[in-house]
Design a protein around this ligand. Structure first.
Ligand SMILES: Nc1nc2c(ncn2[C@@H]2O[C@H](COP(=O)(O)OP(=O)(O)OP(=O)(O)O)[C@@H](O)[C@H]2O)c(=O)[nH]1
Ligand SMILES: [Mg+2]
Length: 439
C-alpha cells in the first residue's frame, strides 16, 4: 500500500465518521498540513550494531539510498528519503582515531543544522543511538552519547537509546526464537543492561533516558529478517521524541507488514499507545476536542499495521481493502482551486497541476473538449462564489472533494480520462443546479 493511499484512507474514514462536520474539516486540514511535513531522524551507532537492520525492520526494505551528507564532514552519513521521512544513517565511534574524529564532526555538524523551511527549528528531529547489546565493551557508545550527541543537542529529550541484538546478549541462550522473546534469565539481564546504560548517561550528562532493549532481527542473505522483538516499543519512543506535527508523517512510513510488530515485552500495548499519541497530536494541532480522538484513533489503527497490531495479536490485512490513490485531485480550475484552498492546500499543489494537465493535454484534444472547457469557464466562477458565501462552505468543499475530485484524480492517475470527464461534468451540473440556479 502506497503511503499516499494510507493518507487517503485516513481522510476517507474521517469523512465517513460520525464526527460533527466542522470537526471533520478541521481534522482533514490538520492531516493535510502534516502530509507535507518531513520528519528527520538520525540513526547512529557502532559498526555492526544494527543500524541498517533497524531501519529495514522499522520502515520496510524497499527503500532507496538517495545520497550522502551534504558536506565533506558528513559525506559518510547516508541519507535515505522515504516519502515524508528522512533518515540519516551515521557511523558511530570505534573505527580508529582518525575516523572517529571525522564521524564526530559530521554528527555534530548535522545536530547544529537548522531546518531550511523553518529557521527556528533544528533539522534533526530526533537521534536514535543503537548499541550492540551483545558487545561487552560499550565504552565507545558512551563516548558517542555523552560527549558527542547529548552536549550538541538543543532539546535533550530528543534522544532514544536502543539496545539491539537482545537475542545475543547471552550468546543466544535463554532466547525463545519461536516466539522471538527472551526467557526469564535473559530478561533479567536485559533489564539490568538498560538500567546500567541509563545510569552511565545520567552520571555523565544529567540527562534521563529510558533505553529500550530490542532485536531488529538477524538477516541472512536471501532470507527474510528474523522476527524482531520490542520493535513497536522502540517506535513508540521514537514517536514520543519527535515534534507532534511530524508524528503522523513518520508513522505513515512504517513497515506495512504486521509480523515485525508482533513480539513485545508486554509491559504496555505499544500499538495502542502510538495510536493515541499520534491521534492526539493531530487533534491538538487541529484544535479539535479530545472526544474525537477515538474516531481518529480507529482510523489510524485500521490502516497502519503497527498500531493495529496489539501485543501478540494481528489485525487482518488491510492492504487489499484500501481505496487507491490518495492524491487529492483537482482540476486546475475554479472549483478545484477553491476546494484545494479550503482544505488547506496551496494554489500550486500536485492535484491542481494534475488536473490542469488533464484539461490541457487530454480534454482539450477531445472533439467536444474545447466546448466543455468554454462552458465551464462560464459557470464555475458563479458556483464558487455562491459556495463561498455559505457559512458551511468548508464542509461543502470537503464533500466535493470526497465525492468528485478525489475519484477524478484516481481516474486520471489510472489513465481513465473518459471516466474522469463524465464525473467532472456530472459535478458541474449538480453544483450548478444546487448553487446557482434559481429554484
Ligand atoms: N542476532 C541478531 N543479529 C542482528 C540483529 N540486528 C542486526 N543483526 C546482524 O548484525 C549484523 C550487522 O547489522 P547491520 O544492520 O548491517 O549493522 P549496521 O549498524 O548497519 O552496520 P554498518 O552499516 O556496517 O555500520 C548483520 O549481520 C545483522 O544481520 C539482531 O537483533 N539480532
Ligand atoms: Mg549499515
Amino acid at each position: 500500500m502506497a503511503n499516499n493511499e494510507v493518507f487517503q484512507k485516513l481522510e476517507k474514514m474521517v469523512l465517513d465518521s460520525s464526527l460533527p462536520e466542522d470537526e471533520k474539516s478541521k481534522i482533514l486540514k490538520a492531516i493535510l498540513r502534516d502530509k507535507d511535513r518531513k520528519a528527520n531522524l538520525m540513526i547512529t551507532g557502532a559498526t555492526g550494531s544494527g543500524k541498517s537492520s533497524t531501519i529495514n525492520a522499522l520502515f520496510g526494505t524497499e527503500k532507496a539510498i538517495v545520497g550522502t551528507g551534504p558536506n565533506p564532514e558528513t559525506m559518510h552519513i547516508e541519507k535515505f528519503e522515504l516519502g515524508n521521512l528522512v533518515l540519516w544513517d551515521s557511523p558511530g565511534l570505534g573505527d580508529g582515531k582518525e575516523k572517529d574524529q571525522s564521524h564526530s564532526k559530521g554528527i555534530i555538524e548535522m545536530l547544529h543544522k537548522k531546518d531550511d523551511k523553518d529557521p527556528n527549528s533544528m533539522l534533526i528531529d530526533a537521534v536514535l543511538v543503537i548499541l550492540d547489546g551483545a558487545s561487552r565493551d560499550l565504552g565507545t557508545s558512551y563516548e558517542l552519547i555523552n560527549k558527542v550527541i547529548i552536549p550538541n543537542m538543543v532539546d535533550k529529550t530528543r534522544i532514544i537509546i536502543g539496545i539491539n541484538q537482545a537475542d545475543q546478549v547471552m550468546k543466544g541462550r535463554y532466547w525463545d526464537s519461536e516466539k522471538s522473546q527472551p526467557q526469564e534469565t535473559l530478561l533479567e539481564q536485559l533489564e539490568e543492561k538498560a538500567q546500567s546504560v541509563k545510569k552511565r548517561v545520567k552520571e555523565a550528562t544529567d540527562v534521563d533516558v529510558e533505553p529500550v532493549y530490542y532485536s531488529a532481527g538477524f538477516k541472512e542473505k536471501g532470507l527474510p529478517q528474523e522476527k524482531p522483538y520490542n520493535l513497536s516499543k522502540l517506535l513508540c519512543y521514537i514517536i514520543e521524541s519527535i515534534p507532534k506535527e511530524k508524528r503522523l508523517p513518520l508513522l505513515v512510513e512504517t513497515n506495512k507488514d504486521t509480523r515485525p510488530w508482533e513480539s513485545n515485552d508486554g509491559k504496555e500495548d505499544y500499538g495502542e499507545k502510538i495510536k493515541r499519541n499520534v491521534g492526539g497530536s493531530v487533534l491538538s494541532s487541529a484544535g479539535v476536542s479530545v472526544a474525537s480522538g477515538a474516531a481518529l484513533g480507529a482510523a489510524v489503527g485500521s490502516v497502519i499495521p503497527v498500531v493495529g497490531t496489539a501485543v501478540g495479536a494481528v489485525v487482518g490485512a488491510v492492504g487489499g481493502a484500501i481505496v487507491s490513490g490518495f492524491r487529492r485531485i483537482t482540476s486546475g480550475c475554479y472549483i478545484t482551486t477553491a476546494t484545494c484552498r479550503s482544505l488547506g492546500r496551496g494554489d500550486s499543489c500536485y492535484e491542481l497541476n494534475a488536473f490542469r494537465s488533464f484539461r490541457d493535454n487530454w480534454l482539450a484534444q477531445q472533439p467536444d473538449g474545447k466546448a466543455i472547457i468554454e462552458e465551464y469557464y462560464q459557470t464555475a466562477p458563479g458556483i464558487v462564489a455562491s459556495i463561498d458565501a455559505k457559512p458551511d462552505s468548508g464542509q461543502i468543499y470537503a464533500e466535493i472533494w470526497q465525492k468528485y475530485l478525489a475519484p477524478c484524480l484516481d481516474e486520471i492517475e489510472h489513465n481513465r480520462f473518459a471516466d474522469c470527464k463524465s464525473r467532472y461534468m456530472d459535478m458541474v451540473q449538480t453544483l450548478q443546479r444546487e448553487y446557482t440556479l434559481v429554484k
